[in-house]
Design a protein. Structure first.
Length: 255
């Protein structure tokens, strides 16, 4: 126990030292013009250091099952699904334990943050009204909603992990695409979903090649495997394709 406490103190001291030098390091790495462009990302990284938050972004093409994957982690249909493009706002999944003491009403709820109106607390199953393009009304999700956060007791987001759902990487909406790319810049690791039967397409690898320049850790998942009768040859082919391209020893799993 004492050894664990000492290790924790050492890690905490190291983190505090990094935070103290953060702005100075940024000024050494980036030009003044680059600092202006990257200020939001740098501030997000600083906050992550302070809170020791680990951001896991879920990415993949449209309709490859990102929402289905996260619903499986939550074990309830919180993230909307549809045959059309759905996600239009970044949605965070965080543990109840991360809720600030002054907001106990957020527990097991979803919190919607708008760009120019007060924050709203809604039930999980009502979140789709504020995060997808499926609901037409007075809210333009991509323009009006800054982000949404789902609070839950899910083990998937214990110990400081935050999962993030993004729009499909092949979205025809330029604003949705930029929102996804901005979130990738703020993340530490990614879950990349392949669709069974289409896994390993050229567009997958093109996006992975770009993303790998910003994120070093990837979890590859072959989704909707039941549609082709099992993982079998699809897994072997994708693993072989991935080996040498974006990962040395990739491991894929069905969902």
């Amino acid at each position: 126990m004492n050894a664990s406490r000492e290790s924790y103190r050492a890690l905490k001291e190291k983190t505090e030292s990094i935070i103290e030098q953060y702005d100075k390091l940024a000024e050494l790495v980036y030009t003044p013009e680059e600092l202006v462009k990257k200020r939001d990302v740098l501030n997000a990284r600083r906050k992550q250091l302070e809170t020791q938050e680990f951001i896991l972004v879920v990415i993949g093409e449209m309709k490859h099952g990102k929402s289905t994957f996260l619903n499986a982690m939550l074990r309830k249909p919180v993230f909307p699904k549809d045959v059309r493009e759905a996600t239009a706002a970044v949605t965070f999944l965080r543990h109840n334990d991360t809720i600030a003491a002054e907001h106990p009403e957020w527990r097991d709820k979803a919190v919607v943050e708008f760009r120019d109106r007060p924050t709203m607390v809604v039930d999980h199953l009502d979140l789709g009204k504020y995060t997808t393009c499926l609901h037409k009304g007075e809210i333009n999700v991509a323009e009006d909603v800054k982000s949404a956060t789902i609070y839950s007791a899910s083990k998937f987001v214990e110990d400081g992990v935050t999962a993030v759902e993004t729009a499909g990487m092949n979205t025809p909406n330029a604003m949705h695409e930029q929102i996804t790319r901005d979130q990738i810049d703020r993340s530490h690791a990614a879950v990349f979903l392949f669709k069974a039967g289409e896994a390993g397409k050229r567009s997958d690898y093109e996006f992975l090649e770009t993303t790998a320049k910003k994120i070093e850790r990837f979890f590859f998942v072959v989704n909707r495997i039941d549609e082709i009768g099992g993982i079998g040859e699809t897994s072997a082919r994708v693993i072989e394709d991935l080996r040498g391209k974006v990962a040395e020893n990739p491991v894929l799993g069905p969902l």
